[in-house]
Ligand binder design. Structure first.
Ligand code: SME
Length: 162
């Protein structure tokens, strides 16, 4: 007997989505909301070691709020460079199971083994992205991608105006 494929969202992702919606609704402003969201993602998902948001600024990505053990030197990344720049250029979520095997990878932290980058859209245009580094190989899968795409949609209205 064949079983229909049912797309199920893990409970932890559903809970986190609700917390993110509440945090955005209750925050004093967009900057506080964004910081709260990266903190929530980092704190609730142990494989999410470093969580940051980059915003598109002309032909670059510029680092916004982040949470993690250390600061990155990559606070401005040209679109098209690195895994972050590839996702911004293509509009596709990037899952890198082993950063050592991806020639595009721009190293930030010696502990990073895998990475996921999820574009944030306004209309059809990429306006930013969520970047998450993991200390385990293969830390991210399609479930993370779909979850973070839902989070990205919630973040789009919070983009800082330049
Ligand atoms: N690894 C990213 C650069 C950003 S840091 O991970 C925070 C890249 O390859 O684009």
């Amino acid at each position: 007997m064949s079983h229909p494929v049912v797309e199920e969202r893990p409970a932890a992702h559903g809970d986190a989505l609700n917390l993110v919606r509440a945090a955005i609704a209750e925050a004093a402003g967009p900057e506080a909301a964004l910081q709260r969201v990266v903190d929530l993602l980092h704190d609730r998902f142990p494989p999410y070691d470093w969580v940051g948001i980059y915003w598109v600024d002309g032909s670059d990505l510029v680092l916004g709020p982040w949470t993690g053990p250390e600061a990155t030197e990559h606070t401005r990344i040209p679109i098209g460079t690195g895994v972050c720049g590839a996702a911004a250029a293509s509009g596709q979520t990037e899952i890198v199971r082993d950063v050592a095997a991806d020639p595009r990878y721009l190293a930030c932290f010696t502990s990073t083994r895998s990475e996921i980058v999820v574009p944030i859209f306004d209309g059809g245009e990429v306006i930013g992205e969520i970047d998450i580094d993991g200390s385990d190989l293969d830390a991210f899968d399609d479930t993370d991608a779909r979850f973070l795409e839902e989070i990205a949609a919630l973040l789009a209205p919070l983009r800082p105006r330049t």
